[in-house]
Design a protein around this ligand. Structure first.
Ligand SMILES: Cc1cc2nc3c(=O)[nH]c(=O)nc-3n(C[C@H](O)[C@H](O)[C@H](O)COP(=O)(O)O)c2cc1C
Length: 395
């Protein structure tokens, strides 16, 4: 999600320093590159080694450290930052920044950066409400800093009141909102199906299809990165399931049907990118078939998209149509028959399109039969274009 994003975490000497371990760890899990700068006083609370281990980067504590490669470190940090977060921010650092003081590595780098600066103050209530402190905080706010308001509650010093470091998840979402420019699905609830379903033949054999789940997983990640609350109903897949969403694993088409139908009402957008088996074996065997000649009787599975289309009301329904001929014509007919709002059509016989490939070649067709043919692109790019079209439909 945050791949390629440089986040600098400036840590100052407050009791809440230990909570930053969780923030750094979560940012790294989201694939951000995290550099930590600690004030000397911050190192009294938690050792730099902890943050080195969590960030997988050296922690900077000293302005005049000579052991590093030659570069003016505070300037290079200031330049590479996509966002700069001071957490916890002491009364001291806020006072220094408000006055433009640059007397250590953290304050000097902050003075040089042009990136957005997020400040998460934490301190005793009397310190926080002190009018000099409030005037310093207002100065930083007026200069464009994003202030994550502290919470109210029981403080480490035993007092009860305002000044507790904001919840880790609040700080994290502020960072993500700042770093990710495209948040056009913020707060939208998106249900996505991906992968293939599996229908048993007997105790050891099954029917399935060639879907790897790549397209649906790319869609789920893209929707998540744009701020959506994503539920992924996931069949058989050969790429890793994504983090930071609700993943519901299913095997059969009936299970996928049940899980999707149970969730339609809780979602605003439903994207059916899975390849559920249309048929299942009428009577599968609990033991292994050994017959010389075996005839399987197949019966139709429930049609998930059609049922969603029937009950969707104003929700947006996106379906996929993998065709082998008359691609756009057949895809539009599918859109109409399922009461969908957008169909993603592709001809699976074209090289670079369809199952298992890293690329896809699709045409997006809306309910007015407006067709947008996209060139060959990665499934991640296709996902982004599909969601652009979905966002347009929501406006
Ligand atoms: C145990 C302890 C806890 C402290 N907690 C805080 C705090 O939560 N917030 C704060 O502003 N200062 C706190 N301080 C005071 C700061 O450490 C002090 O103002 C220091 O000069 C901050 O330096 P720095 O901003 O360079 O890290 C605490 C001090 C001690 C000894």
């Amino acid at each position: 999600m945050l791949k390629g994003k440089n986040i600098i975490i400036g840590i100052t000497g407050g009791i809440a320093v230990y909570k930053v371990c969780d923030i750094v760890s979560k940012l790294v899990k989201l694939h951000a590159n995290v550099d930590v700068i600690m004030t000397k006083n911050a190192t009294e609370f938690v050792s730099p080694l902890t943050f080195e281990s969590l960030s997988h980067n050296p922690v900077v504590t000293d302005m005049f450290n000579r052991t590093k490669e030659w570069e003016i470190e505070h300037i290079s940090f200031a330049k590479k930052a996509h966002t700069f977060v001071i957490v916890p921010a002491t009364a001291n650092i806020i006072g220094k920044l408000a006055q433009g003081i640059a007397d250590d590595m953290l304050t000097t780098t902050l003075l040089a950066t042009k990136s957005p600066v997020i400040i998460a103050p934490a301190m005793n209530t009397d310190m926080y409400t002190n009018h000099v402190f409030q005037s310093n905080l207002a100065t930083l706010h007026n200069n464009g800093a994003i202030i994550v308001q502290p919470a109210t509650g029981r403080l480490a010093c035993g007092d009860n009141g305002v000044g507790k470091l904001a919840d880790v998840d609040v700080i994290l979402s502020t960072i993500i909102d700042t770093v990710m420019p495209q948040r056009d699905l913020l707060g939208r609830r998106v249900l996505i199906t991906a992968g293939a379903t599996i229908e048993k033949i007997d105790a050891v054999r099954y029917i399935s299809n060639f879907s790897t789940g790549k397209m649906g997983i790319a869609l789920a990640k893209n929707a998540r990165d744009r701020g959506a609350i994503v539920t992924l109903v996931l069949g058989s897949h050969s790429v890793p399931a994504p983090d930071y969403m609700d993943v519901v694993n299913v095997t059969t088409t009936q299970q996928m049907y049940d899980e999707v139908l149970a969730r339609v009402k809780d979602n605003d957008i439903i994207i059916k990118s899975a390849a559920p088996c249309d048929y299942k074996v009428e009577h599968y065997a609990d033991t292994k078939h050994k017959e010389e000649h075996l005839t399987l009787s197949l019966v139709k599975n429930p049609d998930i998209a059609r049922q969603v289309g029937k009950i969707k009301d104003n929700r947006i329904l996106v379906v996929f149509s993998a065709e082998t001929e008359n691609t756009c014509e057949n895809a539009y007919a599918k859109l109409q028959s399922k009461n969908a709002d957008l169909v993603v059509a592709n001809c699976v016989l074209t090289e670079g399109a369809g199952f298992g490939t890293d690329t896809n070649i699709v045409t997006l067709i809306d309910r007015y039969n407006t067709q947008t043919a996209l060139p060959i692109m990665s499934k991640e790019q296709v996902a982004s274009r599909i969601l652009d079209a979905v966002v347009k439909l929501t406006q």
